[in-house]
Design a protein around this ligand. Structure first.
Ligand code: GUN
Ligand code: FE
Length: 442
């Protein structure tokens, strides 16, 4: 690839967590520019300065008056649940059997997996999500299909085949041994290929035997830089069930600790009903949590205690958790996260929220310095936000004058309509410069 691009617009990113270090972590540059060569940001600065330093040989992309931010990062999402997002009426355990498992069974068919992978990745990009940590299904072909599409689109994606050897429909069940061999073959083929990485994916404790968790641990030992993703402490009935299934462990997090699954690059989704010991253990193992507010509300799981998680200095990213989650949009995910914190008596600023979906997500995925910032040396996965996506949004956002309040209103009210453009490694991938949709690259 030999792209040479200059993006002009107002730049916003974070140098650190504004919840920890305050607003000087917020880096805003009105009328700025980014210079991109071969997919990497090589310079940033005021537009006038950049254009005089780099006068020719670049494709100029002008986003005058729009906000340029790092590509958004979704730390927890199920691509096989794309087709059943917004399924009515159930909480976690019956939602799985009534809605999620039937949708996942269809992924035995590679053609179905491939078709859904195209819709899923297009939807991510249309919503400004440039990287995601993704659950496939138990079928290796589901992950093959997703990686093939992500590779063709040049997306930085992390995914894995679900490991699930009990308490599920026979059609979705593997064994400790088959899950070991299938996961290993997928790692050997895909992990570290281009922008792709593999995540070992035991679904959650109730659907894996201790033998399967041991197989996962063995693969983590063999491949020290693969990811591990699972669910933890999402729903109270689930938590009770886990106590019955693993009576010898201290608690839910403790069973994953006992199984040897917690380390850096392990990402636990939800983490709503955690005790002090569990919070301390997650921090001590350098494990991250994916906060999934639309899902936690939609399937009625509970309110995530972000304050306690922060007090324990745990790394947190945001997850849409589609199809338990009700939107692919990380703007809408912030909208719900904000309301959850309101119910708990806490404030979650727009800056803190955008941090969680950019640099916070990069940190949760151990990718700081690679993605998540508008910084020299970082990959040019970039999103452009439009303050005037609809006549009403234009009117409403003009009423807010501080950057924070304007961004807050955009994140509360905006969605995929507010994404003016998405760039992967400096290449524009969703809307064309006139703002009309171009067909997804396949
Ligand atoms: N726990 C185990 N599997 C799932 C799933 O598919 N979605 C959610 N939200 N929670 C889970
Ligand atoms: Fe999930």
């Amino acid at each position: 690839m030999h792209n040479r691009v200059i993006l002009c617009g107002d730049l916003l990113d974070f140098t650190d967590d504004p919840a920890v270090v305050g607003e000087h972590a917020v880096r805003y540059q009105a009328q700025g520019a980014l210079v991109i060569i071969d997919g990497l940001i090589v310079a940033r600065g005021p537009e006038a300065e950049i254009l005089s330093q780099y006068p020719s040989g670049f494709t100029l992309q002008r986003h005058t008056g729009q906000l340029i931010i790092p590509g958004l990062i979704d730390c927890h999402v199920h691509f096989a649940q794309t087709e059943m997002i917004a399924a009515y009426g159930e909480q976690l355990l019956t939602w799985l059997t009534e809605h999620a498992f039937p949708a996942e069974e269809k992924f035995a068919d590679p053609a179905h997996a491939s078709a859904i992978a195209k819709i899923f990745t297009t939807e991510l990009l249309n919503n400004g999500t440039t990287t995601a940590l993704v659950f496939g299904t138990v079928h290796p072909q589901s992950v093959e299909a997703l990686f093939e599409v992500a590779e063709a689109k040049n997306m930085r994606l992390i995914a894995g085949k679900v490991m699930m050897d009990r308490n599920c429909p026979p059609a979705l069940q593997d064994t400790a041994e088959s899950s070991y061999h299938q996961s290993k073959a997928l790692i050997d083929k895909w992990h570290g290929r281009g922008r792709l990485a593999y995540a070992l994916t035991p679904r959650f404790a109730p659907t894996s035997t201790p033998e399967q968790l041991a197989a996962c641990r063995d693969l983590m030992a063999e491949y020290p830089d693969v990811y591990m993703q699972t669910h933890v402490s999402e729903n109270l009935q689930e938590c009770e069930w886990v106590k019955e299934l693993f009576p010898e462990s201290a608690d839910y997090v403790g069973l994953y600790e006992d199984a040897g699954l917690l380390r850096k690059r392990s990402v636990l989704a939800h983490g709503i009903h955690l005790n002090e010991r569990e919070l301390t253990a997650i921090h001590d193992h350098d494990t991250a949590i994916a906060h999934c507010p639309t899902s936690n509300l939609f399937i009625g799981s509970g309110l995530f205690n972000l304050k306690a998680v922060r007090e324990h200095k745990i790394t947190v990213g945001m997850g849409t958790d589609v199809g338990g989650g009700s939107s692919f949009s990380l703007l809408q995910t912030y909208n719900e996260a904000y309301k959850v914190q309101q119910l708990l008596g806490n404030k979650l600023s727009a800056f803190e929220g955008l941090y969680l979906s950019t640099l916070g997500g990069a940190r949760a995925l151990d990718l700081e310095g690679t993605i998540g910032q508008l910084e020299v040396g970082v990959e040019a996965d970039i999103v452009v936000l439009d303050w005037a996506a609809t006549p009403f949004l234009e009117f409403r956002l003009a009423q807010s004058h501080s950057l924070h309040d304007k961004l807050f209103a955009l994140m509360m009210l905006g969605d995929d309509r507010s994404i003016a453009a998405t760039y992967l490694m400096g290449e524009r991938v969703s809307k064309d410069p006139a703002g009309t949709w171009v067909p997804p690259v396949t």
